[in-house]
Design a protein around this ligand. Structure first.
Ligand SMILES: *Cc1c(COP(=O)(O)O)cnc(C)c1O
Length: 389
């Protein structure tokens, strides 16, 4: 299925092409398993080594024994699907990705439930989004069910690496990049797809503690007609210098404004933003093509609407947001994304302003509800969870 990016003309995020693609049921994991046959690691981590690696988890530093792989060539299409030993890649120094950043990636988690079963969250959303990103980056699409099968086969191979502690998960990172050795500028004729897996603890080490935000007024992460809606490394590269600026300003993360008016809130480098008004309304910037359409954002909009809350997708000017925080009309601001789930923003700082935000009640409610569904503590009325093992 071909999915196009949501534009300003589709204000309802529950009805975007991506949201509709995500709603298509996925065949059971047993029927997808085996598409990426296992080539077992000759020397996997011992129980003791793995146990050691699973203590004191941070984010994205430790990796499991295996990785999923497939390669696309112009002549042969996708081939060579396998789960192989995790290890360094051999890449030509001329590989196009190193020069022209033709690359897309995804981020999705595997959660262990109390009965030991392992689940993931709306995998077709990420499958469809990777293809949405891939089209923008002139990368061939991977069939959605192959994407999901790669998660099934990798997590089945490395199931013992899925941690069971509070807030812990196996973070899965699918990505595809131009591996053709060629310095000419064109869409590569060889693309490699991998999935690596990293047992992870909480993304922000201080949990649901509010973070502080530097609002970047000099740099943008995306522009009109660019790649903002695509999950591609270059968007992150362009956010690193402003992130250093944030560090220097004593802030945890950067928030970007739109590049046209330079007035309106867009999102953080890797998380969407929501605002909770004193009257209970939740507002979030509408999808304009420069904002990444988050799976977490979309799930939160659904949960809030179904709990009877008013949710509005609209332009949020920084200036009125600052006024509304000061006057008490805005109670909470939070960021959301797969890695961190939700996190309250406790401070917005930029040139000429520095305001505190006290509230985090709705943020906590959403955290409990969403992680409750993800970890199997609460009912899943939407069939968002997909059993891997
Ligand atoms: C990945 C990402 C998000 C969050 O998306 P989720 O699907 O919720 O993880 C938000 N903004 C940007 C820029 C991202 O790259």
């Amino acid at each position: 299925m071909s999915v196009t990016p949501a534009a300003a003309s589709t204000p309802d995020s529950l009805e975007t092409p991506l949201a509709r693609a995500a709603a298509v049921p996925v065949p059971p994991a047993d029927s997808l398993a085996g598409r990426f046959p296992l080539q077992p690691h000759p020397r996997p981590a011992t129980d003791a080594e793995r146990a050691q690696a699973l203590t004191d988890l941070h984010f994205g530093r430790v990796f499991t024994d295996h990785m999923a792989h497939a390669r696309w060539t112009r002549e042969g299409g996708w081939a060579g699907h396998a789960v192989v030993p995790f290890g360094d890649l051999t890449l030509s120094p001329a590989a196009a990705v190193l020069h022209y950043a033709q690359e897309v990636f995804e981020g999705i988690k595997a959660y262990r439930h109390a009965d030991g079963s392992i689940w993931t969250f709306r995998p077709r959303y990420n499958a469809a989004r990777m293809n949405l990103s891939a089209r923008r980056m002139a990368i061939p699409e991977l069939p959605e069910e192959d994407f999901i099968a790669s998660l099934v086969d990798l997590v089945r191979a490395d199931a013992e690496w899925v941690p069971s502690g509070e807030g812990e998960s196996l973070y899965l990172r699918p990505y595809a990049f131009a591996s053709e050795a060629f310095l000419g500028v064109h869409a590569a004729s060889t693309i490699d797809y991998y999935v690596i897996a990293s047992p992870s603890g909480a993304y922000f080490t201080h949990g649901l503690q509010p973070i502080s935000i530097w609002v970047s007024q000099d740099y943008h992460r995306a522009g009109r007609g660019g790649t903002g809606f695509a999950k591609t490394g270059g968007n992150y590269a362009s956010s690193l210098l402003p992130q250093q600026e944030a560090d220097a300003e004593g802030c945890d993360q950067v928030c970007f404004l739109d590049d046209v008016t330079e007035k309106n809130l867009e999102e953080l480098g890797g998380m969407n933003v929501m605002v909770v008004d004193a009257d209970g309304t939740v507002r979030t910037p509408q999808l304009t093509g420069t904002i990444l359409e988050g799976n977490t954002r979309s799930a939160i909009i659904r949960l809030l609407k179904d709990s009877g809350r008013r949710v509005v997708e609209e332009t949020i000017p920084l200036e009125s947001l600052l006024e509304d925080i000061s006057s008490g009309k805005v109670r909470e601001v939070f960021a959301c994304g797969t890695a961190a789930v939700v996190v309250p923003l406790g401070r917005l700082k930029g040139r000429g302003f520095d305001v505190a935000i006290e509230g985090s009640e709705v943020t906590h409610e959403i955290y409990e509800r969403l992680t409750g569904i993800q970890y199997g503590r609460l009912e899943d009325p939407y069939n968002w969870m997909y059993r891997l093992v």
